[in-house]
Each structure stands twice: as C-alpha cells, then as structure tokens.
Ligand binder design. Structure first.
Ligand code: SF4
Length: 301
C-alpha cells in the first residue's frame, strides 16, 4: 500500500464538513434531476451549470416532459452549456428510460449501454441514485489523486486515468462514500486547481507527494485545439447550432460559412463540411446534399 493512502480520509472529511459546496443537486433524491446534473457536469464548469440547471428544469420538469419534447426544443433549452450533442443524447436517454418505465439500471455495464452515459456518469449514477459504495473519477479527482500519491513534475501532468480509477477504489472508505466522492471533487475543483493549486489551504498539504515538486506549466503546455484562423472548432460548432436555432429554413453552405466566420471563403468549404458531418452524426442538424457541395443545404434536425 502506498504511503498515506489510509491517512487522507479524516482530513478530507473534516474539510468537506466545513467547506463543501452547497450545490442544488446534492442530496437530491429524484433520479431525473441527478442524471441531468451529472450530464451537465460532464464538460461544463459548475458555475455555468448552476445557472442552466434550474432553467432546464423549469422547461422540462420531469423525465416524461423531456422524452415528449421535440429534439429541437431540448437543444434550445441547452443554450449556453456548449457541447450540444449532450442535449441530443440526454433526450434519447429520457426516451429510453420512459419506455422502460423509468427504471434506472443499478450496474455499470447496463448503464454504459444507455445513450450519453460514459464511465464517469455511470459510476456517479450508481453512487448518487442507488447509493452504492463505488468511486467516481472526474478530471478534478484525477488531478488531485495524481498529485497526492505520485510526484508530479509539473501542473500539466496527471497519471493515467485507469490507474486513478484503481487508486480511487483502493482508498474508498467503508461508509459515507457519496460524501467522500463529493469531497474529493470539491478539493480538486476549489483547492487543487489545475494551474495554481492553493497548497497552503489544502487539507492534504502534509501528505501530498507533489507539494514541492511541481512547477507551473506554461500556458502553451495546453494542447492546441483544431480550428480555423485561431478559433477552435468547438466554437464554430456552437455558432452553427446557434445560427440554425434562429433560422428554421436553414442555410446554403456558403451563407452558413459567412454566418459563423466573416472571413469564410470557398477554400474553407471542406473544413465546414467536416464540422457539419460531425454535427449531423450527433443529430444536431441535417445536411441536404446537392449535386455539389456548394448546392448543399443545412437545416435543423
Ligand atoms: S498540497 Fe497542493 S498539490 Fe497537493 S493536493 Fe493539496 S493543493 Fe494539490
């Protein structure tokens, strides 16, 4: 057993009792609300989810109302969250669960077969909805456990994800596992921050293997995302979805290109097509193909 494995439990619990975040989905018993929060949290920061979560629930207060809605309206209600394919998958998930009389599987393998459910979300549901003693590993927990148990050379480094899942399982306390998972997430998100960890305020400062070894990674150490003219593709994807929200009749290829990028030229059509094909696969639009790319039309799904 690695040094300190058992010794982190008390300081983490003490810290969480005093500093844990009061989030609206914590302590929630309605599985629909829990699943919604977990899917929103997959790729969006808590501060943005805090605004979007109640807004979405006002629009779709139950899983039935969500399953009955038009896909287009669900994507519309997802506004501001980014990664709109999650809205499409959430909608598909609601339909499947309503068909199954709203029974939520209580094993990871069955959960992973559902639309929009990856390993993190499956384990979060087992922990939050079914109260099972399982670990969860999101990016905050991965960063925190990497640093506590291994000497990380720089703030950009993390251990392999599968290694962290094994460690999270090994250090799981016998009781209060839901709170334990939430506590690790909170320390990772608010103290052991990605670029500038607040080691002086950290409850694990005396036990952490990386406390003095890490150098701050330069900004350039971040992976550069694919994009056009310095703007990442994910921003363009959001602009396409937004443009189609405003114009149900859709766009021709070049008109859409100019709508999302003022400098768009005919040379950029293949790039635009690759974005559109990915969005079409995610169910966010339809591409009505003409004889040539130029004649094609993009319409909402
Ligand atoms: S001591 Fe610093 S690096 Fe280590 S877990 Fe705490 S905040 Fe992170």
């Amino acid at each position: 057993m690695r040094r300190h494995e058992g010794r982190i439990i008390s300081p983490v619990r003490r810290w969480y009792r005093r500093h844990g975040r009061a989030l609206p989905w914590r302590g929630e018993s309605d599985p629909y609300r829990i699943i919604l929060s977990e899917i929103m949290l997959q790729q969006t920061q808590v501060s943005r989810v805090l605004g979007a979560y109640p807004r979405f629930l006002r629009r779709f207060p139950s899983i039935r109302s969500l399953a009955r809605a038009r896909r287009r309206d669900v994507v519309l209600a997802w506004r501001g969250m980014g990664y709109n394919n999650r809205a499409v998958r959430l909608h598909a998930l609601a339909s499947v669960l309503v068909e199954r009389d709203r029974r939520i599987p209580s094993d990871a393998a069955s959960l992973l077969e559902l639309p929009g459910i990856g390993k993190y979300t499956a384990y979060a549901i087992l922990s939050s909805v079914h109260g099972l003693p399982v670990p969860v590993v999101d990016v905050n927990i991965r960063r925190l456990l990497s640093r506590v148990f291994w000497r990380m050379p720089s703030t950009a480094d993390m251990r392999d994800e599968s290694e962290i899942w094994r460690m999270a399982q090994r250090i799981l306390p016998r009781r209060g596992v839901y709170d334990w998972n939430q506590a690790l997430m909170d320390i990772g998100a608010t103290i052991c921050k990605a670029r500038r960890p607040l080691c002086r305020r950290c409850p694990l400062t005396g036990l952490c293997a990386s406390r003095t070894s890490m150098t701050e990674a330069p900004r350039g150490a971040r992976k550069t995302e694919p994009g056009l003219d310095g703007v990442p593709n994910r921003i363009y994807r959001g602009r396409i979805v937004e443009a189609l929200r405003k114009k149900e009749t859709g766009f021709g290829m070049e008109a859409l290109g100019r709508e999302i990028h003022p400098e768009f030229s005919a040379d950029d059509v293949p790039w635009l097509e690759s974005l559109l094909e990915a969005l079409e696969r995610d169910g966010l639009l339809r591409l009505r193909r003409g004889r040539t790319l130029k004649d094609s039309r993009v319409v909402p799904s």
